[in-house]
Design a protein around this ligand. Sequence first.
Ligand SMILES: [Zn+2]
Length: 406
Amino acid sequence: MKFGRKFIAAAFLLLQFLPQSAPAFVLLPEPPASGFTMNLDLEPSVPFQSIGYGITTWNKLAEMAIATWNAAGIGSGPDFGFLRVANPPAVGNPCARDGINEVRWSPDNCGFSFGDVIAITIRWIVNGLRVEEDVLFNSNLPFDAYRGPLRYSNGHWLNDFHRVAVHEFGHVVGLDHPNAAGQKVTAIMNSHMSNVDWLQPDDIAGARAIAWSAASDPQLSSVTLIFNVGWNLAGNGSTGTLDAASAFGNSSDVLSVWKWLSVEAKWALYSPSLTRQQLANYANTNGHAVLTTINSGEGFWVNASRTFAARLPPGTAISSASFQSARAGGWRLVATGDNKTPRDIGSPYLSTLWAWDAVKAKWYFYAPSLDAKGGTYLSDYITSKGYLDFGTKTLDPTTGFWVNQP
Ligand SMILES: [Zn+2]
């Protein structure tokens, strides 16, 4: 096990007009072990009237900077959900490898003076992979938020928090300073803050070149679930447990989350807009149970008020054998991690199988008994009912589906 840390510093320099050239991005030598969930803890969290973005908070500005990199996409995939924001944020030690990726203000650089450094990103390396990233902003310096040319006020440069955050999160995703490697290119990743206030083509090319593929991660924790507005049927095909409050705790995204308890024959529900007590009261009054976790191999419904992404919990793919062997009869809402087609799962294990397409608002349907009749019997039936045909479509680890078992 090799542990390493490295400080990455940004310093001021007057704007230089650099010629456009071929991509000159520089990658950090160690690829990411996974996507990163950042804990934004930038006090004070009260809104302030920024110069350039209206009323906002440091945390909100950091979220914007994170969204900028996700929109660019990380890796050749590319992964548009590489960085996540923890909600609520966990509190850890930014100067230690503790499994918590901290983003916060600090008057010092882990016990050392910041000097004129604006912000640093500390990366932690295990077995040649970046496993944790902590970002510190120098609280001794004046900050505001604005686009365009750098401002000078009261004898100091006034830092634009947003562009500094975009730069630091560029280190988090895996980029280094092109100018420090002798390159001349317009990039927000140059080590000197300048009038460049947004991602440049070279920065995006760099992000896409990072050795990262969500699909090749043996852990499913990098697999992204996309939720559309309205009802979504999703699944936890990981061997890990999904914590409802961590994954769906943002009441701006989520109205409610439901799973079917087949043994008790009742629904369990979670809603981020209800307190624990309100949730318990509501569930009790309506004959429901309280949902706290989505267990391995379970499907679940999410009613979303806007499009958002979540990730599967750390773990490996659960085999479809798990629900085949646990046959209880009747309806079950399940998920599997091994990318089988419904036909692969086969007739001894199911009477019918259903998955919901949230975009088309239609059911995918499969029935082995109809498939066994051969020819186009099954597809004709599906067409006549207005369903969708699975065909060769597999049940991926994020798909939840109903099975009616014999
Ligand atoms: Zn830097």
